[in-house]
Design a protein around this ligand. Structure first.
Ligand code: DAK
Length: 265
């Protein structure tokens, strides 16, 4: 279990022998509120985990009671539009860096995932949640709107009508409602949450790392473009994978009726 937490104030990063890294928000006194420093730390951690070849998948998690209560209201309260447009508003890079990690990234959510906390879960590839998880976009109750991707990623994921209900009302949604709307992949008792997230990670990383990176890029690029541009992108990635050792190994293993030994090359 490697650790490198000295460089982070609000994050705990752990890596295990299986290649699964856990990135845990650790600002419990403020319910894991995402201040600028924490968002910057998320970006640095994402860069680090993206570069590290021994890391095959990442789990983003928080505490048992709170995944994250959103952007730091106390930090934002006195700000004016120019502040938000410049320093603050520009710094979405932490979220986007998590989204661009070329490996499976799973949010393991227990308790509240509100506002920016919900938006953080939305930049992950999949969300597993505990039975106590609660999602919501309460920004409207503060006189603002979601500002870290909520008005864009949520409707792409659950459809505009459900997203608007969440964003316009600011109401909280229990995990079963979130499962039904497709926000959450699976729901488990809280004590099984991390194991469920790890098991999902394992089911991904037994496959080749290059193919996983291509699959992620294709889905993400495709969600941001029209069908034919997305199909062209997919075709290039699909074809390029035929220059990898993993493709030769995967197909040979099938023919020889054995399990493939992927190398991520
Ligand atoms: N910000 C700052 N402090 C927070 C906080 C937050 N979002 N949430 C909780 N805290 C603090 C509380 O003020 C309290 O501090 P003290 O009174 O002890 O000093 C402490 O954490 C404990 O909170 P509670 O006493 O309220 O704890 P409970 O367990 O009773 O309730 C709760 C937990 C999560 C239901 C409740 O705290 C709550 O409703 N929190 C606010 C949820 C919310 O409105 N979230 C939306 C925030 S706006 C962006 C980046 C981010 C964002 C936008 C843009 N860019 C970089 C462009 C995101 C914006 C948002 O998310």
């Amino acid at each position: 279990m490697g650790m490198e937490n000295a460089e982070f104030r609000y994050l705990v990063v752990e890596r295990d022998e299986e290649g699964i890294a856990v990135l845990r928000l650790n600002r419990p006194e403020a319910r894991n509120a995402l201040n600028l420093e924490l968002i910057a730390e998320l970006g640095r951690a994402a860069d680090m985990l993206a570069r590290d070849d021994t890391v095959r998948a990442v789990i983003v998690t928080g505490g048992e009671e709170v995944f994250a209560a959103g952007g730091d209201i106390k930090e934002m309260a006195g700000k004016y539009a120019p502040d938000m447009l410049n320093a603050y508003g520009a710094d979405l890079s932490g979220f986007e860096k998590i989204e661009r990690i070329p490996k499976p990234v799973i949010a393991a959510v227990s308790g509240y995932a509100l506002g920016g906390g919900c938006e953080l879960a939305l930049v992950c590839d999949m969300i597993v949640a505990s039975e106590t998880a609660v999602f919501g976009m309460p920004e409207i109750t503060l006189g603002i709107i979601p500002g870290a991707g909520g008005t864009q990623r949520l409707p792409r994921l659950v459809g505009p009508h459900r997203a608007k209900e969440m964003i316009f009302t600011g109401s909280f949604f229990d995990v079963h409602a979130c499962r039904e709307m497709g926000l959450v992949n699976s729901v488990v008792p809280v004590e099984r949450l991390m194991e469920e997230a790890k098991e999902l990670a394992r089911r991904c990383i037994r496959n080749g790392a290059v193919a996983l990176a291509c699959a992620k890029a294709c889905v993400n690029e495709g969600m941001n473009t029209d069908l034919y541009t997305g199909l062209a992108y997919e075709r290039k990635c699909f074809s390029l994978l035929f220059s990898t050792e993993d493709q030769k190994e995967g197909m040979q293993a099938f023919i020889e009726k054995r399990k493939p030994a992927f190398k991520g090359r």
